[in-house]
Design a protein around this ligand. Sequence first.
Ligand SMILES: Nc1ncnc2c1ncn2[C@@H]1O[C@H](COP(=O)(O)OP(=O)(O)OP(=O)(O)O)[C@@H](O)[C@H]1O
Ligand SMILES: [Mg+2]
Length: 351
Amino acid sequence: MKAPLTSKQIPPPPQMTNLLAVRSLRTYFKTDEGLLKAVDGVDLDIAPGTTVGVIGESGSGKSVTAQSVMRIVPKPGFIANGQIWFRRKNHQLVDLASLSPRGTEIRAIRGGEISMIFQEPMTSLSPVHTIGNQLMEAILLHRTKDKQAAREIALDMLTRVEISNPTQRFNEYPHQLSGGMRQRVMIAMALSCHPSLLIADEPTTALDVTVQAQVLELLKHLQDEFGMAVMYITHNLGVIAEIADQVNVMYLGRVVERTHTVELFKNPLHPYTQRLLQSIPRLDGRSRTHLDAIEGNVPIPLNFPRQCGFYSRCSKAVPGRCDVSVPALVKIDDQHDVRCFLYSDEEEPLP
Ligand SMILES: Nc1ncnc2c1ncn2[C@@H]1O[C@H](COP(=O)(O)OP(=O)(O)OP(=O)(O)O)[C@@H](O)[C@H]1O
Ligand SMILES: [Mg+2]
């Protein structure tokens, strides 16, 4: 019998033109109650320079997917399986999942080629160092060893993210800035090394609506300027409609539907996506854009039976079919994939 391929031997997708190609990613947490399967077979593609949305309710595995790409999954979490192909600036393809999480290669990629911004900038900004020093530190690590040059780049970045009085702000501490300003500093820091991929995990959620819109505008503008790809994680369908080229809908650790944004809004196929879209505001503005408008919760992926994750909440579920196996993510046409037995009998193979 042939030995199964180990992750390191699995070749990248043929003729991979994407910047990022995640394949069968499984990221689990060891808990006292058993293995919590936060990410349970995610496939995700990002073409260079595009914005790819990842949407889904709380607990669907969006952040853990992002943490896996960055290789910053906190303990007791670990990547159990899968590949994360990333095209480096030198055009080399590397499987991030196979790298040592503290090795030199991932440290060069993290911050230098893939950067991340979070919902709460204070979790990534140090309260005891000035904005300028923190920006310079990132730049000195990845871009130049020359302090004066780093200072100029830092000031330039503060100007680009439209922070007023950059020379004064340079010497201030994070707590002296408003939430919106702190998020701009985070963006400046994330972009200071010209990453080819920016992962934005709910970066505007903590901000009020006007500031949210400004930060979103800024991100779009900077993306055009820098030409980077963006993986944009959010609950908010309005934000997705505004910013994303492609959308991945996640549910219980899996991508259940993916297509380009216009198609998703026009022709949602998965019953879960259909429900999400029903929760979008109507003209009377009464319902909410947030996905928690759907009743019930995402189950906890602990000792979860092998069935469609949405089974218990799905109005179109077929007992004896949807509760005994997991549908595979299948191509409906060139640009639209869905994971649902309504469209195909194909089952997800056992991991
Ligand atoms: N550090 C951790 N330890 C244990 N379980 C975790 C940890 N982080 C996430 N999980 C679990 O993994 C699953 C996916 O969580 P994740 O944070 O990726 O969801 P999310 O889609 O980002 O949700 P949200 O929209 O609330 O940010 C959840 O069941 C969550 O409880
Ligand atoms: Mg999250």
